[in-house]
Design a protein around this ligand. Sequence first.
Ligand SMILES: Cc1ncc(COP(=O)(O)O)c(C=O)c1O
Length: 394
Amino acid sequence: MIESFTYNRFLQSSRTMGGTKNDNPDQVHLSFGYPYSDLFPIQELAEAARQATFEQGRSALHYFGGPAISYLPSWVSGRLEKIGIQVPVEQIKITIGAAHAIEVMARILCNVEDEVWVEDPSFFGAIRMFNLAGASTIRPFEIDSNGILIEPLQVELERRVQAGEALPKLLYVMPNYQNPTGVSLSVERRKQLAALAKKYGFYILEDDAYLELNYTNKFVPAIHTFAPDHVIHIGTFSKIIGPGVRLGWAVVPPALLKFVQQFMSGSQTNPYMQEIVSTYLQNNDFQSYLDGVNAHYKDQRDTMVHALVNTFGDLIEVEIPQGGFFLSVRFTQPTDVVQLTQIAEQHGVSVLNGSAFYANREGRNTIRLCFTYCSKERIVVGIQRLYEAYQQLN
Ligand SMILES: Cc1ncc(COP(=O)(O)O)c(C=O)c1O
């Protein structure tokens, strides 16, 4: 009987990504968007877990949690000052990573058949959430090296107003080192986006997952600062401590707080893990840890860029990201990147073809490479293998 069961109808429209199934230990994984495992603060977290359990366990193991429930939002609030976000801590909600924050917001803001606008390319995980929330149309808008183009948005918004058509509910953008291109949004465009949201009455989901992985130490104001009632700003501990802690946050505009409460009713998010992370943050110099992580990743990025330029020369174009995990390689000659990805897999390197990130599945001659997960030595090996695969393709 279970064969005829009718599942949630939105499961059909939501696409899955696939990924490498290769378990060859010699495989170089440049496809995974993961941090470098040796940078995890293992000793410090072990000590924090011991201390948090003995000192706060009797409250932290309850649904309501211990002191971390107020400490963590105030810690986040302190970190957000450098990008100009100043909100009462009650507006900072701790979530199960940024993915959960996206999911909750998508479910709050989207009704079935609503439209969500995204960058092209965009993070496939977020697009999946929008589909699962029932959004019928995910409309992509082109980006360049300064982020999403404003004019096409403006033109389409105005056209719809004139035609009496529905406006989007939500615009999803990654302002810093976006996934997959590594591109950041200029300050001017941040202001313009905020102005559009205010004028046309939609929300912006500002996914700042990579904010702290900043290799220049220069910060610019968040979109949130220009339209605090229209922007939900999202962040995560996944990129700065480890994805396994499953903790992130959303800065929620006052008008949405009651809805977030409805979604999270009955419990705090992972109170025990919040206690461990809070204890870790209080016992350690987090900024100097992060400085070390960023220096490491910058070095890995440079290694990858040099390896690419040295092997591929003018067969590719690559823009150097100023932070984050990823860079996007564009082949200057028409290249079947789907086939390239398959051949590369056989040559011992996994990469992601760009089509996974474009709303219409167009690959646009690009692949995404993650420079943080593998060591510098493995990156060099991986790029060499990719080049061999490219030669075999052509
Ligand atoms: C842009 C972006 N947002 C959100 C996430 C999900 O992060 P989390 O592990 O905090 O759920 C990722 C992870 O790859 C990401 O790249």
